[in-house]
Design a protein around this ligand. Sequence first.
Ligand SMILES: NC(=O)c1ccc[n+]([C@@H]2O[C@H](COP(=O)([O-])OP(=O)(O)OC[C@H]3O[C@@H](n4cnc5c(N)ncnc54)[C@H](OP(=O)(O)O)[C@@H]3O)[C@@H](O)[C@H]2O)c1
Length: 265
Amino acid sequence: MSSYVVTGASRGIGLEFVKQLSANSENKVFALVRSKATATRLEALSRNNITILEADVTDPKALQLAAAEVSKATNNKLDYLINNAGSSTDPGLTLDQFPSPEAVEKDLLDNFKSNTIGVVHTTNAFLPLLKNGSTKKVLTLSSGLGDLEVTVAGEYVGRVSYSISKAALNMVVAKYAAQYKAEGFVFLAICPGGVDTSETSKSEPTAETLKENKMFLSTATKLAPDFKGPITPQESVKMQLDVFNRWTVEETGAFVSHFGNKQWL
Ligand SMILES: NC(=O)c1ccc[n+]([C@@H]2O[C@H](COP(=O)([O-])OP(=O)(O)OC[C@H]3O[C@@H](n4cnc5c(N)ncnc54)[C@H](OP(=O)(O)O)[C@@H]3O)[C@@H](O)[C@H]2O)c1
C-alpha cells in the first residue's frame, strides 16, 4: 500500500493524478482541494481509497490541519507528495507595461504566493510524515516557462509573474533536494507539457488568456517545430508518473519535462 497527497485535485492535472493513482485500490490517495463545494468531479469518482481534504496552499494552518488528518489515517506516514496546485494571472502585459509599480508588484506577489510559497508551506506541512514514509518522494509541478534559456531563445515575454514564480519554484525544489539528499529523499520539479485542461476548467478563457495562448503557441512553434498542440491530462499524468517512478536520489533536485529531459513540448 502506498499513500499519496495531491494538491489542487479539484480539476485539471491534479484531478487526473487522483484518478490514475486511485485506480490501484492498494493506494490511499488524499486529494487536497480549496473547496469541497467545487470538487464535484472528484466526489463523482466515489472511490473508497480517496479522501478529500480542504486546504488552500497559501494557508499554512489549513495545510497543518490536513496533514494531521492524513497522519491519523496513515499512522503518521506519507509515501508521496505531489505539489500540483498552481495558478496563473494573465494580464497580457510585459514587465514594463503594468499601469503602476503597485500593479506589477501585486501580480508578482499573487503568483509567488500560490506557486512558490504555497509549495514551501505544503512541503513543510507534510515533511514530518514523509520522513516516516517508505519512499520519501516529492513531485512538484513547475513549467517550461520557468526555464531561462527557453525564455530568451523563444523571445517569450508573456505570463511574466507566472514564469518568474515557477523559476523560483525550481530553486525551492533544489534547496529541499540539497537538504534532504542524505536522508534518501527524491525531490523532482516537472513540467507536465502543454496540457489542455479546458474540459474541467472553472470558466471560459478571458480575452487576455486567449492572447497569451496565441503568444505562447508562436513561441512553441519557434522552439519545437514538430509541436502538434497540447496533450490530454491523461497522457501528461501517465508520462509524469513514469518519470517520477524511475527518478532516483542521485538525480534529486532536477527540473525536467514529462519526457524526463529538457524537451518541454
Ligand atoms: N496545463 C498546462 O499546460 C501546464 C503547463 C505547465 C505547468 N502546469 C502546472 O501544472 C499544475 C496544474 O495545472 P492545471 O493545468 O491542471 O491547472 P488548472 O486546471 O488551472 O487547475 C489548477 C488547480 O490548482 C488549484 N489551486 C490553484 N490555486 C490554489 C491554491 N492557492 N490552493 C489550493 N489549490 C489551488 C485549483 O483549485 P480550484 O479549483 O479551487 O481553483 C485547481 O484544482 C499547475 O501547477 C500548473 O502551473 C500546467
